[in-house]
Structures are given as structure tokens and as C-alpha cells.
Design a protein around this ligand. Structure first.
Ligand SMILES: Nc1ncnc2c1ncn2[C@@H]1O[C@H](COP(=O)(O)OP(=O)(O)OP(=O)(O)O)[C@@H](O)[C@H]1O
Length: 449
């Protein structure tokens, strides 16, 4: 690979000045008028979803496409697949493309899953005999059971994605296009797809669209960043994702407060204070939280390549009080030990109420996605989540903690402990809803007569 991330070799996709414009009619009747005047007058505005895109992709490359919502990613991929025709420029493709697009894989909704497998695989160039041979493997990969005999219009979006992926995985494609489809599957299926994608990378060309830049960096050699329909940058995955994220967060790369790989803190450190905070503290509604000790014996699962050894809810100064308060700044500290070398550890937590409803939670993935950390075997490390505890209704709460390795979509779960830490809220002014949020001001204005 060269310094700009380009893999040398035969060109499989070449887009030159590629563009797609849509006609936007202000009123429905304008569309009719336009048909009648046959191009002699224009009753529409032109909207360029994609404009002037030049991109060359070589055999064996893995190229990520990133960009904000509506930046033209799907339009570009549909032009490459030939499901859309360009308004300007051209795109040439040399090889068999299997596309997994966010909105449909070209299945006929009235046909059964089985019929669609035959249809889609034959469109992709397989003979009936080849499909007969592979059908069982496709059905097993999809794992949708008897649903394969039912019309796909009855499928959930997850089932649809499973079948689409199963077909694409078995048609000997040279080029695989994966557009956000992984976001609809469950975790186990996503992992299966990621294993397939990784194996596919060894032999084919991959186009990969995801809003998860960590996953893009993990998988792709090069990244193309689309911005309002134009190609803003193409280059090595990590560099381009870095600048994209900086742009997304509205800060320059080197701006204070934006450090990819470290913790990111913006704005003042002051928590948002409820206008009645002092009043609440002094009242019978004082949101006192009693904290119990870390319970190592809670139900757990995981491969134990690393372990969670401690969970504590601390005050803002890192002290370990017996009680905290809703609305206050707190730190949840999760201490872990690597039993073997770890690459990209992710530590996360959920807070659940006594009915098991998740109130909130978070993990370290986003913070470290572009500059992953490694931990050598035998070393201990602590993830700290500093946040403002919401006001909670009275009752008992449990914190579930997890330690994984990989990315959000593709990871090994090392140690997941349900109910690792309990806490109890003794009184509250929150009478409705799962949590109370700080009210910055509450007032009744005098009405005008
Ligand atoms: N058929 C259409 N008619 C008019 N405008 C369209 C049409 N299809 C897409 N667009 C517009 O083109 C722009 C690019 O859309 P596109 O779906 O390619 O973006 P995207 O980057 O894939 O977005 P997302 O991340 O939300 O999936 C958007 O502004 C969209 O509204």
C-alpha cells in the first residue's frame, strides 16, 4: 500500500465527473406540465445529490464512504451498482458486484425468500444448478428458519438484511458493497457478517458505508468523504476519519478540547443545575442515593480474556462516599485486568431500574475509536465515566457493566456482569417518567386580562 492508502493493481471501479441530479417540483401539477411541454420549458428546480465525483478503486482495495446524512453516499453506491443512471459523468465497473444497500437488496416483496434467493443469485450470474448447490448454505447463513418459505413482504428489516447478506455471501462477487445494512441486524448476526466481510477483504474489493468511523478505520484502506454531494477528501482511512470527526463536532483538529484518543471535554465543567437544587436538598424530596458495594457474584458471561475487578460510584473528587445525590456530578469507575494482551478494550455500563428498564448507559468506544489503546497481559486499567447523575425516582437501581474488545459492531465480550452494583434512592421529587432532568427555570407568568 502506498502512503496515500492506494493499493496498486487493476482498476475495478472508475468514476469520472460522476453526478446525479433530481428534478424537484414545487407543486404536483408542475410535474404534469413538465411532461406536456416536453423539455421546452422548465417547471422544476434541479437538485444535485452528487456532483463531479472522481474516484478510482483498484482490485483488492477496501474503501469506506463516510459523510453526514444526505451527503450522497447511497446515491454514489447506487450509481456504482447501476440501479441509478448518472446525470453527468460516468462510472465503469469491472467485475461482479453484490450490493447490500440500506433500502432493499432488490428483492421482490411478493416472492418467498426462497424464490428471491433464486432471483437475486441468477441476476448476479449464478446458474440454477449453482444456486441449487448453494441454497442450503444460503438458508443456513440467513438463519431465518421457515420464513424462507414466506413472502419477503412479511419479513422484519432484520430478516430481510439476513437474507440479503446470505445471498451476497454466496455469489462469488468480485466487489461487495455494504451500505449501513449491518445496523439492522442483531449483535450475533452482525458479528457473523463482519467475519464474512473480513474474509472477503482477502480476495475481493469492498465498498463499505457506515456511520461508525471506528469500524471504517478498522476495515478500510482508504476512505472517501462525501460532503453535500461532492467528494471532499480521499485518503488513508484514519486521517480522513479524523478530519471528518473534527468537522462533525464543529471543531478544528487542533482546537482545544478535541483530542481524539483521549477524553473529549467541551464547554464549562459546571453541571447543569436545577433552579430548585438548594430547595430540593433542604426538603423531604432530597434525592439521596445510598450506594452498595460491588457484587462480583452477579450473573456474568464472557470469554474472560479480561475481567472486571471493581465497580464504584464516586463523588466528583474521586472520593467514595456512602451516599450521593441526584443532580450531582459523579464518577463511575470500572476497574479491569487484562488476562491476555488486549487491543481496543471497550468498557461500558447501563443503569437499570427495579423493573429492568434501562435508564441510561454509555461506553468508551467513541472516545478511543480512532486511537485504539492496547493493554498488556497482567495489567490493570480503570475506565472512568464522569457525568451528572439525573434525578431518579425513589427505589432500587442496578448497574450492569461490561468489558469487551473490538468495535461497537464487531467485538468479543470478555466480561459482562449484570447487577454489579446496586444503589437505592430514598426520596425524590420525580413522580412521572423514568428519570428527572434538571429544570433550569420554572415560572408562572402573570396572565394578561
Ligand atoms: N429520489 C430522490 N429525489 C430527490 N432527492 C433525492 C432522491 N434521492 C435522494 N435524494 C436527495 O439526495 C441527497 C443525497 O441522498 P443520499 O441518500 O445519497 O444520502 P446519504 O449520504 O446516503 O444519506 P444517509 O446517511 O442519510 O443515508 C439527499 O439530500 C436526498 O434527500
Amino acid at each position: 500500500m502506498s502512503s496515500d492508502g492506494i493499493v496498486p493493481g487493476e482498476t475495478v471501479i472508475e468514476a469520472v465527473g460522476l453526478g446525479k441530479a433530481y428534478a424537484i417540483f414545487k407543486r404536483p401539477q408542475d410535474r404534469l406540465k413538465q411532461m406536456l411541454v416536453r423539455g421546452r420549458r422548465r417547471y422544476y428546480d434541479e437538485y444535485w445529490a452528487l456532483r463531479g465525483v472522481d474516484l478510482t478503486v483498484r482490485r483488492g482495495e477496501t474503501v469506506g464512504i463516510i459523510g453526514r446524512n444526505g451527503s450522497g453516499k447511497s446515491t454514489f453506491l447506487q450509481l456504482v451498482c447501476g440501479t441509478l443512471t448518472p446525470t453527468s459523468g460516468r462510472v465503469t465497473v469491472n467485475g461482479r458486484i453484490a450490493a447490500l444497500l440500506e433500502l432493499g437488496a432488490g428483492f421482490n416483496p411478493e416472492f418467498t425468500g426462497r424464490e428471491n434467493v433464486y432471483l437475486a443469485a441468477s441476476v448476479l450470474g449464478l446458474s440454477t444448478a449453482q444456486i441449487d448447490e448453494r441454497f442450503q448454505a444460503i438458508a443456513e447463513f440467513a438463519g431465518i428458519g421457515d420464513f424462507i418459505q414466506h413472502p419477503v413482504k412479511l419479513y422484519s428489516s432484520g430478516m430481510y438484511a439476513r437474507l440479503a447478506f446470505a445471498v451476497a455471501a454466496h455469489v462469488d462477487a468480485d466487489i461487495l458493497i455494504v451500505d449501513e445494512i449491518l445496523s439492522v441486524g442483531d449483535a450475533a448476526f452482525t458479528q457473523k457478517c463482519m467475519r464474512f466481510i473480513r474474509a472477503f477483504k482477502e480476495r475481493g474489493t469492498l465498498f463499505f458505508v457506515s456511520h461508525d468511523t471506528g469500524q471504517v478505520v478498522n476495515l478500510c484502506d482508504r476512505v472517501a468523504w462525501l460532503d453535500r454531494g461532492t467528494l471532499r477528501e480521499v485518503g488513508p482511512a484514519k486521517d480522513v476519519c479524523h478530519r471528518y470527526l473534527a468537522d462533525l463536532y464543529g471543531t478544528r483538529d487542533d482546537a482545544a478540547g478535541f483530542r481524539i484518543g483521549g477524553s473529549r471535554r467541551e464547554g464549562p465543567d459546571q453541571p447543569v443545575t436545577d433552579a430548585r437544587a438548594e430547595l430540593l436538598k433542604a426538603s423531604e424530596h432530597r434525592n439521596a442515593i445510598e450506594i452498595f458495594d460491588f457484587d462480583e457474584s452477579g450473573p456474568w458471561f464472557g470469554e474472560r480474556g479480561a475481567s472486571i475487578t471493581g465497580v464504584a460510584l464516586l463523588d466528583a473528587g474521586g472520593g467514595r462516599p456512602a451516599a450521593l445525590e441526584g443532580g450531582e456530578e459523579v464518577v463511575l469507575a470500572v476497574t479491569c485486568r487484562a488476562e491476555r494482551d488486549l487491543f481496543r478494550p471497550i468498557v461500558g455500563f447501563y443503569v437499570k431500574d427495579r423493573l429492568g428498564q434501562t435508564l441510561f448507559g454509555d461506553n468508551t468506544h467513541l472516545t478511543y475509536q480512532l486511537d485504539p489503546i492496547s493493554v498488556p497481559a497482567g495489567a490493570s486499567f480503570t475506565a472512568r465515566f464522569r457525568f451528572q447523575m439525573p434525578y431518579l425516582p425513589s427505589g432500587e437501581f442496578a448497574v450492569t457493566v461490561a468489558l469487551a474488545e473490538g468495535t461497537q459492531a464487531d467485538h468479543v465480550q470478555h466480561h459482562w456482569i449484570d447487577d454489579a452494583l446496586f444503589f437505592k434512592v430514598h426520596a425524590s421529587h420525580v413522580v412521572r417518567g423514568l428519570v428527572g432532568i434538571p429544570m433550569l427555570d420554572i415560572a408562572i407568568d402573570a396572565g394578561t386580562p
